[in-house]
Design a protein around this ligand. Structure first.
Ligand code: PEP
Ligand code: MG
Length: 626
């Protein structure tokens, strides 16, 4: 919101088709990239929500008018609250309702009322001006925190203030009314906006800002509207009524595509929708192959907000909870109690399914301000990261382990140690866990006596001695992201060498095979939780190599499940045997792609909304997939 206009609140929501002159250059086809936040393909005419011209009047008042201004402010709050209530009641129960409830709580905050009242009475300014000033102050405070969560709260305040302003005068109620089949284009959307779009049969959402965890992304996912967020200056490039393709598989937005291109995309969308309906029908069923082999599919989760999506997509628990995020953006490490409360809340949400909490894997690609060894390291990926760091920062590690052991009384919790290199490091980590147990017992603090302890196998050394490690743990999980990085000596974050990132390299295949055989011999489960698990091209090979549990980004689960349910173990094992024999990654890739493309063309096109490491030829229609 900006100050300095006498005309009163003037939101310009949908720009009328053709309401602006159109310079010739502006009408060209445009392709924009952003973040695929809610998977799918949407095609429709643009409905542009443009709030850039929202002005707030700066009006001084007589002291006698203060009561009237306060009454108008109260009216704005009440109407906004009622509008959120009405929107909420139109929605099914779940996360999106909770977001709107949280916004209603912000409206009821006595501090907000007191600050606005103080400005109206003490500085003799209009209610609109006072609301805008208080909202701006709160937003600035939140933005200074430089944290994604607070940035989201800041945009909540902006949207709420805008709604209160709209409701204070005789203006319309701020309802959005995109025609059915529209693609909504906005700089940002509030949860209430997104909820209104559910009724409007919108086919796609594109926003200029936002990430995977922004409210508009979460809401779009729960309403299953394809969405691409964070595309930049979208309002400057799209006009109402423009034809728009939202490719929320790869995170691309096509504005004003040509006729042929549009035809191709309509075909892709139809295929996607038919396929999606088919895989979602199996949502509650287990991933049992046609010969009866059960492959457990679990979710990789880093943020609590992803938990509902794991259940929605049919995950049988969490196979990798990346706890590093609890350590980010803070000056002191989380306390034992924080770990305890966090893990307990996650277990509650996922009951009765198990949750595998990985102890912190900080450093290198997951930097933290809490410990700064990385700054003096030439090669942080091989430096003091992950478990090595935990063993150095023993009190931080002990606090986490104690919190997890305590939380384990509330549900099936498992502890997983990252980046184990070999037996002595494993022993050192197990000693910390024993120490935590002994301390809790001495102190008489409730904790679980037996918590399964597992390791990530993500270093070549660990994979090679997996038979030894397997004797000392309850489960193993192969982390192919790091295993590939360390085996092939390619930095997983360096685009210049990403062409060398070959999951089907014979060395990787042999290591995966070796680890699953070691697990089988020791009678413990072996899962795989790297990005490979989410890639439909690799499902047959991984199961064929002996992996019986796959953990992945939640939205990838339905597609992988459908592949498993349509396959036999003998076919999968035959492919694995074949690729184990080949000498070169390229031969393995050719063979795997040939089989998987023939058997599962739609599955490969989808990839569950997951970006592939090496793009397969079916990804984009102009590349020959259509
Ligand atoms: C891995 O390395 O495969 C893994 C799952 O862990 P992360 O991606 O968090 O390093
Ligand atoms: Mg890793």
């Amino acid at each position: 919101m900006s100050e300095g206009d006498k005309d009163g609140p003037r939101p310009r929501r949908a720009t009328e088709p053709g309401s602006r002159p159109t310079p010739a250059g502006e009408r060209a086809r445009r392709e924009l990239s952003g973040i695929a936040a809610s998977p799918g393909v949407g095609i429709g005419r643009a409905y542009v929500i443009d709030r850039r011209h929202f002005h707030v009047p700066r009006r001084e008042i007589e002291p006698a008018e203060a009561d009237e201004e306060l009454a108008r402010f109260g009216l704005g709050l009440g109407r906004t609250h009622a509008q959120l209530e009405a929107i909420k009641n139109r929605l099914p129960h779940g996360e999106h309702r909770q977001i709107l409830e949280a916004q209603q709580m912000m409206l009821r905050d006595p501090d907000l009322r007191q600050r606005v009242e103080a400005l109206i009475r003490n500085e003799s300014i209009s209610a609109e001006w006072a609301v805008d000033r208080v909202a701006t102050e709160i937003r600035e405070t939140l933005e200074r925190a430089d944290d994604e969560y607070f940035a989201e709260r800041s945009s909540d305040i902006g949207f709420l203030a805008e709604r209160v302003l709209l409701h204070m005068g005789d203006v319309d109620d701020g309802e959005l009314s995109p025609p059915p089949g529209s693609v909504v284009i906005a700089h940002d959307l509030s949860p209430a906006d997104t909820a209104q779009l559910a009724r409007a049969q919108v086919v796609g959402i594109v926003t200029g800002v936002g990430g995977q965890t922004s409210h508009s992304a979460i809401m779009a996912r729960s309403l299953e509207i394809p969405a691409v967020v964070g595309v930049g200056d979208i309002l400057g490039l799209v006009q109402s009524d423009d034809m728009v393709v939202v490719d929320a598989i790869d995170g691309v937005v096509l504005v004003r595509p040509g006729t042929e291109e549009l035809d191709r995309w309509q075909h892709v969308r139809d295929r996607y929708d038919v396929f999606e309906e088919r895989v979602q029908r199996e949502h509650g069923l287990p991933a049992i192959a046609q010969d009866g082999t059960h492959i457990v599919l679990r979710a990789n989760v880093a943020l609590d907000a992803e938990v509902p999506s794991s259940l929605f997509h049919g995950a049988e628990g969490v196979g990798l909870f990346r706890t590093e995020f609890i350590f980010m953006d803070r000056e002191i490490p989380p306390t034992e109690d924080e770990h305890y409360r966090h893990a307990k809340a996650v277990l509650r949400k996922l009951a009765p399914y198990p949750v595998v909490f990985r102890t912190f894997d900080l450093g290198s690609d997951k930097p933290t301000d809490l410990v700064r060894y990385g700054e003096r390291e030439h090669n942080p990926a091989m430096g003091l990261r992950s478990l090595r760091l935990a063993l150095r920062e023993r009190s931080m590690f002990l606090a986490q382990v104690r919190g997890l052991l305590r939380a384990a009384v509330h549900g099936p919790l498992r502890i997983m140690l990252p980046l184990v290199s070999g037996i002595s490091e494993l022993r050192a980590a197990l000693a910390v866990i024993d120490e935590a147990r002994a301390q809790l017992a001495d102190e008489g603090v409730a904790h679980a006596q037996t918590v399964p302890i597992g390791i990530m196998v993500e270093m070549p050394s660990a994979a090679i001695v997996a038979d030894v490690l397997a004797r000392h743990v309850d489960f193993m999980s192969i982390g192919t992201n790091d295993l590939i990085q360390y085996t092939l000596a390619i930095d997983r974050t360096n685009d210049d060498v990403s062409y060398l990132y070959r999951p089907l390299h014979p060395a990787i295949l042999r290591l995966i095979h070796r680890v699953s055989a070691a697990g089988k011999a020791a009678g413990i489960s072996v899962s795989l939780c790297g990005e490979m698990a989410a890639d439909p091209r690799y499902t047959w090979v991984l199961v064929g190599l002996g992996v019986r549990e796959l953990s992945m980004h939640p939205s990838a689960i339905p597609v992988i499940k459908n592949i498993i349910r349509s396959s036999t173990l003998s076919d999968m094992e035959a492919l694995a045997r074949e690729v184990l024999e080949v000498e070169d990654a390229e031969d393995a890739e050719r063979r795997v792609l040939e089989i998987m493309q023939t058997r599962f063309p739609e599955h490969l096109l989808h990839g569950g909304g997951q970006r592939f490491v090496n793009e397969g030829p079916l990804r984009r229609p102009q590349e020959g997939g259509g």
